[in-house]
Design a protein around this ligand. Structure first.
Ligand code: HEC
Length: 125
């Protein structure tokens, strides 16, 4: 057993679900929230949901996301799975998660960025 691999293992875990594809490398300047693993199975690490019925959160207005989370927590907005998941979280966690998802590129922006990268690599000079 390689001892260095054992030391790295906790750093790589980050509490994310095994099936998530991971955040876009270096794309987000915002620090990854500690509680992101609680959301990623439904909303994705990057805010692009992969199951029908789960809303995309990437690039959504930060204040709207924070307010929505606070409303689930207070019971003003009712959706039992969301209420259950935010019930255990502190306001600081909700802020961090709202900031994270708001900072992620939307689906359309992703496609545009990929096209721009293609154009750059194939362009003159
Ligand atoms: C079990 C799946 C599931 C998990 C886990 C989950 N969500 Fe959700 N989330 C949903 C669904 C479904 C909705 C839509 C609910 C509704 O109709 O109000 C939603 C709605 C939301 C909304 C409101 C979106 C909007 O456009 O109004 C926010 C914000 C949100 N979730 C954030 C989170 C965060 C942050 C976490 C982790 C702490 C999380 N969710 C965990 C399924 C989930």
């Amino acid at each position: 057993m390689n001892p260095r691999a054992l030391m790295l293992a906790p750093l790589l875990g980050l509490g994310l679900s095994a099936c998530s594809p991971g955040a876009p490398a270096g794309a987000a300047p915002i620090e990854r929230p500690a509680q992101l693993g609680m959301c990623a199975s439904c909303h994705g690490v990057d805010g692009i949901a992969f199951a029908p019925g789960n809303p995309h959160l990437a690039g959504q207005d930060e204040a709207y996301l924070r307010l929505s989370l606070q409303k689930y927590k207070s019971g003003e907005r009712r959706h039992p799975p969301m209420q259950a998941v935010v019930g255990a979280l502190q306001d600081a966690d909700l802020d961090a998660l709202a900031r994270w998802y708001a900072s992620q590129p939307r689906q359309g922006q992703r496609a545009a960025a990929a096209e721009a990268a293609d154009a750059d690599s194939g362009g003159a000079n």
